[in-house]
Design a protein around this ligand. Structure first.
Ligand SMILES: Nc1ncnc2c1ncn2[C@@H]1O[C@H](COP(=O)(O)OP(=O)(O)O)[C@@H](O)[C@H]1O
Ligand SMILES: [Mg+2]
Length: 395
């Protein structure tokens, strides 16, 4: 096992303050942090994942549990939940606040100004790994698509907006095909929007996959190389369009026209199916565990987990090297340490340290963080009579 290194203190993107109130098991939890990783230990049910979930809400979407709005408020308390954070970024500090409102709405404020969910994507790229994702490679494509979309979002904050616009147009077309009126001009307009935003979605995913591949070249990592590909979901025209060079407008607009024409042709089948049968919403991500040349689906549970960690680290390396992002993302690694043997665990800590990422990590046993030494800020979580209690503790 390697000797712990001194803290590098290089993280330039990190949560510097966090205040969580009336959120799940947390009545009132406050933290002041520096850029080092955050190691949380405590027994099962003490509120570790809840705290990571609160942090995950600082990025667009429903957070790392994909929770329904009504699940987030602390039960038995009338007041709405609130997560406030100060985030240090390479472009200065940002204040982010999320508030659960009646009817399950979520209010977003950035620097005291009301903002949309998607605006959160501009503040802090964030990636996470949770125990629920252990089944990512063996379940249906939805989870893998979501993983790919988070990767795309980390590089291209506008991806959230394009995905939403695509989904909205598609839902409206589905409804029109189902309920009528059968108005070709209205359908034309919706299909034009699907084609425009669908191509943007496909291009962002494709570019993200290319960045991930690039991050494996000459990488210093003990985690296995993953060979990834985006499969299905698009006609070959759209696939070519997704790969068109940024300046190649003709290729891209040709792909858009092809997708639009394909949608117009498939109105009858789509109406019968109740949904659009082609488009980027049907894409999937495949991965091969390169050391053995085996598809991720067929790998052992441990290999599948190693692949996900490996891809997450690759994503983080790519962001750290990216001129626009300019920083490693915030990482939320829930119960990851426990599933690694000691050498791999030490390697994970070393790689996080080299990245300069504020990685939030949880474990039931404090000993799982031993190899971190003084490179992390440590906290003990326990389950008190008034909810989760967090206490700083020394290595
Ligand atoms: N809305 C809620 N209100 C109050 N407690 C909640 C709520 N949602 C979950 N909990 C409690 O949070 C605890 C689980 O916390 P969690 O963060 O998952 O624990 P762990 O430390 O094992 O990760 C459970 O005891 C659960 O009952
Ligand atoms: Mg947990």
């Amino acid at each position: 096992m390697s000797e712990p290194l001194p803290p590098n203190g290089r993280a330039t993107l990190f949560v510097s303050r966090l205040a969580v109130s009336q959120f799940r098991s947390h009545a009132q939890t406050r933290l002041a942090l520096d850029g080092r990783p955050v190691a949380l230990h405590g027994p099962n049910g003490s509120g570790k994942t809840n705290l990571l979930e609160a942090v995950s809400l600082l990025s667009p979407g429903r957070g790392l549990r994909r929770a329904k709005a009504e699940e987030l408020a602390r039960s038995g308390v009338g007041a709405g939940w609130r997560v406030r954070a100060e985030v240090a970024t390479p472009r200065g500090a940002r204040a982010v606040a999320l508030t659960g409102e009646p009817e399950g709405r979520r209010r977003v404020e950035i620097d005291d100004k009301a903002e949309t969910q998607t605006a959160l994507g501009e503040v802090a790229p964030m990636l996470w790994l949770t125990p629920a994702m252990d089944r990512l490679w063996i379940e249906g494509p939805e989870g893998r698509r979501r993983w790919l979309d988070r990767a795309a979002l980390s590089f291209f904050p506008g991806h959230a907006e394009a995905s939403l616009a695509y989904e909205r147009a598609m839902r409206e077309r589905n409804r029109l095909l189902r309920d009528g009126p059968n108005d070709p001009r209205w359908l034309d307009a919706l299909e034009a929007r699907m084609a425009e935003h669908g191509l943007a979605v496909a291009r962002a995913r494709d570019a993200a996959a290319a960045r991930l591949r690039g991050a494996f070249e000459n990488a210093k990592t003990l985690f296995p190389l993953a060979e990834i590909a985006i499969v299905g979901g698009m006609g070959s025209g759209l696939e070519k369009g997704a790969r068109a060079a940024p300046g190649d407008g003709a290729q891209a607009s040709g792909a858009m026209d092809d997708f639009r024409a394909a949608l117009a042709r498939s109105r009858r089948e789509d109406a019968a199916a109740g949904r659009a049968l082609t488009g980027p919403h049907r894409a999937d991500l495949s991965a091969v565990f390169a050391p053995k040349g085996v598809d991720a689906r067929l790998c052992s549970t441990g290999e599948q987990k190693a692949l996900l960690i490996s891809l997450t680290l690759a994503n983080a390396r790519a962001l750290a090297a990216d001129a626009t992002a300019g920083a490693a993302p915030i990482l939320l690694l829930d119960e990851v340490a426990a599933h690694l043997d000691p050498d791999r665990r030490a390697a994970l800590y070393d790689e996080i340290d080299a990245l300069g990422a504020q990685a939030w990590m949880t474990a039931a046993e404090p000993g799982l963080f031993d190899a971190l030494g003084g490179r992390a800020q440590r906290f003990a979580m326990s389950d008190g009579p008034d909810g989760s209690v967090l206490e700083p503790c020394d290595a």
